[in-house]
Design a protein around this ligand. Structure first.
Ligand code: NI
Length: 253
């Protein structure tokens, strides 16, 4: 069984094709490529059409909430007919980036949750310093098939989210020595609710911190999860990849 990278901004790498090829050499199977803004839709779909076992997410990140329009919503509907599209993301709230436009961020988030529900697609959530508002909106909109990417909440918040049926993805931060909160989350989460990601080109795992991140480094995340959960490395790979295949309804490889 191969590793699955559930969140890799391949189109943002200095060499996207090399990023995929090197991933293959490092036992990475399925790769999910999210969009941050509307400009990513075409390059992300293009990559997914050229490479097997790569899948696309369409969505507008909260950083671009002010630019979200009905026209973009229609574009998401239209492009989601593509068989390579497996979810809506990344969408959510980011109060670290800005607290000034909370209403625009919430509208953008809610609109896209509704699109996902209508299309029966999973929702991939970006939540930074906005845990409670994110949770409230997901509950209020009766969101289904939710994955909280690059989870940054407490163990209590993780438990609340898992009780609601939401899944959690962790990345390179878990390998950072001082990242106590996320290490505790990983120790306490039921492995059935956990997936792995890189969020490349950002958040490169130790010991490559500072370099451009790439899916080839996801093994370091799996290794630290195995260490924290006191599980064999291979079991972490199998469980997290099975979880991802089930969640995104893609072939398990
Ligand atoms: Ni991302």
């Amino acid at each position: 069984m191969k590793l699955t990278d559930t969140h890799a901004h391949i189109n943002m790498l200095s060499n996207p094709e090399m990023g995929i090829i090197e991933a293959r050499d490092n036992n990475v199977g399925n790769i999910i490529i999210p969009s941050a803004g509307v400009e990513d839709f075409e390059p992300v779909l293009d990559l997914c059409h050229r490479f097997d076992n790569t899948y696309a997410l369409l969505g507008v990140h909260p950083e671009y909430a002010d630019k979200f329009t009905d026209k973009i919503a229609s574009k998401i509907y239209e492009l989601s007919k593509d068989e390579k599209v497996v979810g809506i993301g990344e969408i959510g709230l980011d109060y670290h980036y800005s607290k000034e436009n909370k209403n625009a961020q919430k509208n953008c988030f809610i609109n896209q949750i509704q699109i996902a529900l209508e299309l029966n697609l999973p929702i991939i959530v970006h939540d930074r310093e906005a845990h409670l508002d994110t949770y409230d909106i997901l509950q209020q909109e009766k969101a289904k098939n939710v994955l909280l990417h690059c989870f940054s909440g407490s163990t209590e918040f993780m438990e609340l989210c898992c009780r609601a049926g939401y899944k959690i993805a962790v990345g390179g931060v878990v390998t950072f020595k001082n990242a106590k909160a996320i290490k505790e989350v990983v120790q306490n989460i039921d492995i059935d609710n956990l997936m792995l990601e890189t969020d490349c080109p950002y958040l490169t795992p130790h010991p490559y911190r500072g370099e451009e991140n790439s899916p080839k480094y996801i093994g370091f995340v799996a290794k630290e999860v195995a260490n924290l959960k006191d599980m064999p490395y291979d079991s972490v790979v199998i469980k997290t990849s099975e979880n991802a295949s089930k969640f995104f309804k893609i072939e398990c490889i």
